[in-house]
Design a binder for this molecule. Structure first.
Ligand code: HEM
Length: 442
């Protein structure tokens, strides 16, 4: 309604924020990652959740960490992770099959999908079993379920506003602020255990790759690798399962493609066109983070693709920036703006990705590594795990839809950002009831 650039008042008496979804402007902000940084007020909390890793680092520290970690996320490294990803998915399929017993059963998918994506991160990140049956896996999943509930409360809504105004709040001796997250504690412990052992010279997981690099003198590992990407990936998969349950024809079309391909070759599955379209549409419409924000640390000028009219009637093609100005970049808006995507922008229509002429030209669409989607941002801080995330989403959806039929239960499922988008039923978080019917393959 307000167009691709507008200025709004922040909560209480904080300075104004510019909300920007103009594709050129957003690309500029992400490309200038060391001019537009994350708000320093939240850094102490980021350390508690994930340690002083990539997500926390800025400037030269970020450049250094990124260079060291990148080889572990290259195309060939992700390809090698495929078989480990499939092992975790097969275990999830077996767990669901056990519950279903050849008949229609109502299951909460949040008990299966996050456990699977966590197990995947354990395997491909550390070569370590984080399955739901292990004490460490269970500890992280339980803590995550509590967090989903906690983040949906009014205090959790208020906390970032207050920290934005009084950054010292994050340093107060409040247990929630000062205690390391369960995930960080577990990862720290496992990292230190693994570092006592000789490095696995053949391991394809991220940790083995980093430890090998450290032996070659390139890196000092600190055991603080976090489990980024476990709840973001599961959030997308869960909500796409709900979309497919509500659109039986789309689900049947995807199943027909998977059955016809009848391949256990991971590359073949990943290149199926309709599965790719469903994955893109899922990411487009169900971005698990709805936005990100940045603060400029020096004066600059942001170029705009579409001219904007100011309140004084003047039309500008760029906006001047002063050090300290804040920006919000709304992925959800960029991925579902009806002026860009058309009148069905808010509907789940995978066909738009494969029908000739259904999409506007590339220059009208957001920039990103997985083309035309803003979910993984862009530039030097582009999500390092995006290839793994896309691989996981495709392989999980392929196995789920091939093995089960999913039906909507009629229960109203609401979607809240808590802190990534999660399904809620009657105010209770991590709830996605679906009816599941096993499919017999002859
Ligand atoms: C659907 C799944 C995922 C989505 C939507 C997603 C999205 C994002 C976004 C938006 C950012 C940038 C945040 C910012 O700078 O404001 C990011 C950064 C990052 N992501 Fe992901 N991510 C996903 C999966 C993963 C996975 C699977 C991993 C790792 C295994 C991962 C690891 C990271 C890391 C380490 C960063 C920080 C990169 C840096 O600052 O240099 N993500 N992700």
């Amino acid at each position: 309604m307000l167009g691709p650039v507008y200025r709004i008042k922040s909560a209480l008496w904080q300075s104004e924020v510019v909300v920007i979804s103009d594709h050129l402007g957003v690309k500029h902000i992400f490309d200038q990652a060391y001019t537009y940084i994350k708000s320093p007020a939240f850094q102490p909390l980021v350390v508690k959740v994930g340690g002083r890793g990539l997500i926390w680092a800025e400037g030269d520290e970020h450049r250094f960490q990124r260079k060291m970690v990148s080889p572990a996320f290259s195309i060939s490294a992700i390809k090698k992770m495929g078989p480990s990803v499939m092992i975790c998915i097969d275990k999830m399929i077996q767990r669901i099959q056990k519950e279903c017993n050849d008949k229609l059963t109502m299951l909460n998918m949040c008990e299966y999908v996050p456990a699977c994506t966590l197990a995947i991160i354990g395997q491909v990140g550390f070569g370590y079993g984080f399955g739901p049956e292990t004490p460490n896996g269970k500890a992280i999943l339980d803590a995550w379920q509590k967090d989903v509930q906690l983040f949906s409360t009014f205090s959790a809504f208020l906390a970032p506003i207050l920290i934005g105004i009084f950054p010292w709040i994050a340093k107060l001796p409040i247990k929630e602020f000062q205690e390391d997250s369960t995930a960080k504690k577990v990862i720290h412990m496992i990292g230190n255990e693994l570092l006592q052992e000789p490095p696995n010279m053949d391991g394809t997981d991220v940790f083995s790759i980093l430890v090998r690099e450290s032996w070659e003198g390139k890196l000092k590992p600190d055991g603080e690798r976090h489990i980024a990407g476990f709840s973001t990936t599961s959030g997308v998969v869960q909500l796409v399962l709900l979309d497919l349950a509500q659109k039986p024809d789309t689900q049947a079309k995807l199943r027909a493609e998977l059955v016809a391909a009848d391949s256990s070759n991971i590359d073949d599955i990943e290149s199926l066109p309709y599965l790719d379209a469903v994955t893109r549409e899922g990411l487009r419409l169900r971005p698990t983070s709805h936005d990100t924000s940045r603060v400029a640390i020096r004066d600059d000028v942001i170029p705009l693709k579409k001219p904007v009219m100011l309140s004084n009637g003047e039309t500008v093609t760029s906006i001047p920036v002063k050090a300290g100005d804040s920006f919000v970049i709304p992925f959800l808006v960029m991925n579902s703006d009806a002026q860009v995507w058309g009148p069905d922008a808010h509907e789940f229509v995978p066909e738009r990705w494969i029908t000739e002429g259904a999409l506007p030209s590339g220059s009208e669409l957001p920039h990103g590594p997985y083309s035309h989607l803003s979910n993984f941002i862009d530039g030097p801080r582009v999500c390092i795990g995006w290839r793994l995330a896309v691989q996981e989403i495709k392989l999980i959806l392929a196995s789920m839809i091939k093995n089960f039929e999913f039906r909507d239960t009629g229960v109203k499922v609401e979607k809240y950002f808590s802190p990534t988008v999660q399904p809620f039923v009657n105010g209770e978080g991590a709830q996605l009831p679906l009816q599941v019917i096993p499919i017999q393959h002859y």
